[in-house]
Design a protein around this ligand. Structure first.
Ligand code: FMN
Length: 198
């Protein structure tokens, strides 16, 4: 697919829930991850690692953990199965095994002297680069974190050492069903821009 202009890419990037089975090549995945690595990080530490998951059984189990994380985030209350909610598209987690690629973005930890709350700041610029690069190639993604309520299960499943933190799980594939890039809803910029003072 031909690449599109930068500002069009910004507008087109949005969280995709349904994915087409069309394959995503290793070269494309590499291109998207290389784009991620051009992001800034504190002291240029570049603490990111990207686990590219294509194995159907691992993806299926990640989908299960996602759902368990959702339940844990709701204080143990099971969410209504999406198929029972009229007009609500199924969660991608219900069918994660069929998404061509899942990228688990990890962060290699270091002693932060109590500034752990800033760890995300060292990784989410790379996550955003990844998602924008994907959108530039016509690929859908979705930044997900809710499964972090069960992150130790993810660490066990993927053999991640405890010196590393799991930060974002990103499905990657061409939009499927009736989903497409673009059409996200945002507040008007006039509502969020301030001149000199609040
Ligand atoms: C920090 C963060 C965590 C998110 N976690 C989840 C998640 O666990 N599951 C999910 O489906 N979407 C998740 N999202 C995606 C947002 O819900 C989505 O980007 C937002 O609703 C805007 O929708 P759009 O991207 O389609 O415009 C997350 C986004 C961010 C920035």
């Amino acid at each position: 697919m031909a690449e599109v202009g930068f500002f069009d890419v910004l507008r087109s990037q949005r969280g995709i829930r349904r994915y087409a089975p069309d394959p995503v090549s290793d070269a494309t995945v590499r291109q998207v991850i290389e784009a991620a690595t051009w992001a800034p990080s504190g002291s240029n530490r570049q603490p990111w690692h990207f686990i590219v998951i294509r194995d159907a059984e691992i993806k299926r189990r990640l989908g299960e953990i996602y759902r368990e994380g959702m339940i844990a985030s709701g204080g143990g209350k099971a969410p209504v199965p999406p198929t029972l909610q009229l007009g609500v598209p199924p969660l991608f987690s219900d069918n994660l095994a069929s998404v061509p690629v899942v990228v688990m973005v990890c962060l290699e930890k270091w002693p932060t002297r109590g500034r752990d709350n800033l760890l995300g700041a060292h990784i989410f610029p790379a996550v955003q680069n990844l998602m924008l690069a994907a959108a530039a190639l016509g690929l859908g993604t979705r930044l997900t974190t809710i499964w972090q309520h069960k992150d130790t299960d993810v660490m066990d499943l993927l053999g991640i050492p405890d010196t590393v933190e799991t930060m974002a799980m990103i499905p990657l594939g061409y939009p499927g069903g009736d989903e497409h890039l673009g059409g996200g809803k945002r507040k008007p910029v006039e509502d969020v821009i301030h001149a000199d003072r609040w």
